[in-house]
Design a protein around this ligand. Structure first.
Ligand SMILES: Nc1ncnc2c1ncn2[C@@H]1O[C@H](COP(=O)(O)OP(=O)(O)OP(=O)(O)O)[C@@H](O)[C@H]1O
Ligand SMILES: [Mg+2]
Length: 236
């Protein structure tokens, strides 16, 4: 069964409709990408999931209708978002940022174990554990944002363009960290990217979004086999 399912979802800012029909499905324990160019509606699709825009159609999570329930409820159900632009807390240390991610949890021993697990996977963060987030590089801040979301112990991690604003080699480092997290934890992911070469390191399937509509969906293997996808999203 699908963990997250969007069926013909529409979304609007006020009366301006920007999603015209988005359908996609993330299997339980699976990783799925949303690919699309600037302004295609990727971020809005994520806002539709967390219920911060006016939504039509149907969104279910773990069999439950979550259409328009709002961000507190979706977070409580186990959807953790890493927004565009990261949003780590600059004046808190790396460790404190991770603890903020776990603020709804009471399982102290497990929280400690999860922090150790993350620091093992993300040595960049381990080296800077006591430093303020503001002292981190862009790539390190992105890793911290992902780690912080993971600390909520979600069932689904939603990442909005983790590579945004990063140099290509740094973006590769960030994706290597995400790939490791995915492999070692098995957590389900929904990953928004413009660059399919990066997203395909992590996801098994993807949906193409064009001007507010999901057009083509398939496994990464199927998508790699299509000329128009290779040209538009894989650099030829
Ligand atoms: N807060 C807002 N109010 C009104 N229109 C918005 C708002 N945010 C986005 N839009 C519009 O909605 C459309 C989709 O934007 P969205 O941010 O979802 O695209 P995106 O695929 O995430 O793009 P990018 O790759 O640049 O992040 C765009 O036309 C954008 O101008
Ligand atoms: Mg966006």
């Amino acid at each position: 069964m699908a963990l997250l399912e969007l069926e013909d979802v529409t979304a609007a800012y006020g009366r301006v409709r920007v999603l015209e029909g988005v359908s996609l499905s993330v299997p339980d324990g699976g990783a799925v990408g949303i690919l699309g160019s600037n302004g295609a509606g990727k971020t809005t699709t994520l806002r539709a999931i967390s219920g911060t825009v006016n939504v039509g159609g149907r969104i279910t999570f773990d069999g439950q209708d979550i259409t328009s329930v709002g961000p507190e409820k979706t977070a409580a159900l186990g959807i953790a978002h890493v927004p565009e632009g990261r949003g780590t807390l600059p004046n808190l240390s790396v460790r404190e940022n991770l603890l903020v991610g776990a603020y709804l949890r009471r399982d102290r021993a497990e929280i400690r174990a999860d922090i150790d697990f993350l620091l093992d996977l993300f040595p960049h963060l381990a080296r800077r554990i006591s430093q303020n987030a503001s002292a981190l590089s862009g790539g390190e801040q992105q890793m911290l944002a992902v780690g912080r979301a993971f600390m909520a112990k979600p069932r689904l991690l939603v990442l909005d363009e983790p590579s945004l604003g990063l140099a290509p080699s740094t973006a590769q480092d960030v994706y290597e960290a995400i790939e490791r997290l995915r492999k070692e934890s098995g957590i389900a992911m929904l990953v928004v990217e413009q660059n399919a070469n990066l997203a395909f390191r992590v996801v098994e399937a993807a949906t193409i979004l064009e001007t507010g509509r999901s057009t083509i969906s398939g496994t990464t293997e199927e998508l790699r086999g299509r000329d128009e996808i290779r040209k538009a999203y894989l650099g030829g």
